[in-house]
Design a protein around this ligand. Sequence first.
Ligand code: KG4
Ligand code: ZN
Length: 340
Amino acid sequence: MQGPVLGIESSCDETGVAVYDPAAGLLAHALHSQVDLHAVYGGVVPELASRDHVRRLLPLLDRVLGEAGLSRDQLGGVAYTAGPGLVGALLVGASVARALAWGAGLPCLGIHHMEAHLLAPMLEPDPPRPPFVALLVSGGHTLLVHVADIGRYTVLGETLDDAIGEAFDKTAKILGLGYPGGPALAALAEQGDPGRFRFPRPMTDRPGLDFSFSGIKTFALNTYRAAGPGAAADIARAFEEAVVDTLVIKSRRALRQTAARALVVAGGVSANRRLRAALRALGETLEVAVHFPRPAFCTDNGAMVALAGAIRLGAGEAEPDLRIRVRARWPLSELRPPGR
Ligand code: KG4
Ligand code: ZN
């Protein structure tokens, strides 16, 4: 494959489109967030998400190609998120990608959403090089992964119940904040007293790299019931301090265990400022390089999909037929190095 790659993301509540050129880098990207659409329901409504992807995808595609100054036949390939995610939502991106690639005679490839998140820091200056440890923190996943190389992933630890972003969102709901709760909770925490409540740091008192965040959400609920709405900011602060601390403790353990010299942090929650500062401080203490995507590429976006597509299509990978394959679940450990 030669030429720029179009990337399409539609796994959840964001429609993202981008063009990444292996030589020139990111040429254009655009995003439509469905936050307003789902906010009234307090969470993502899958059918509404699918319908909105249908509405938004083609106009975004035209916009991105226009900004990149490219016509469809100047592309080198098309990549789309094939999973994990909401199947109806994934099918929209997959169908458009497949049809477009077929029409223009281009190679096409489905991308793993979490691999795309993991590679997103490579869109920044001074990109990370494997081997490294990746901390993937999003609305659906909390993973510590050893990345021996691109496509060679060993999951070191994962959540046994709620994902970290889910814990942010559920706790935000308890505190009467809107959806998605992560950014709102983080903003409220700024006004909170860090000394008033102390939340547990789940599963840090025993060995291992797994996480559990459902207990901490219940702790927030009980504290809120006992202390009342006036304590919301203090609860938000205590919750944030506890989850950040937990992620730092487990990241330190993973770095020690693997002797890795770099930490990559990605996924929606990696936009969290307190988490970024705490992990940067950890990196300084351990003399380990810490890499994040820019905040706009922490949450779902097309740029990370276009980049992952450029890497894999560039190594000669492409789907052999016109079948559309999407997966609600897809373990990261099933992936292979590009081209194999
Ligand atoms: O990666 P992402 O956009 O979608 C998934 O693949 O899940 O992550 C979305 C999650 C949501 O739970 C959202 O509340 C959380 O990331 N999030 C944050 C922040 N920004 C987004 N959580 C804490 N602090 C933030 N600043
Ligand atoms: Zn995501």
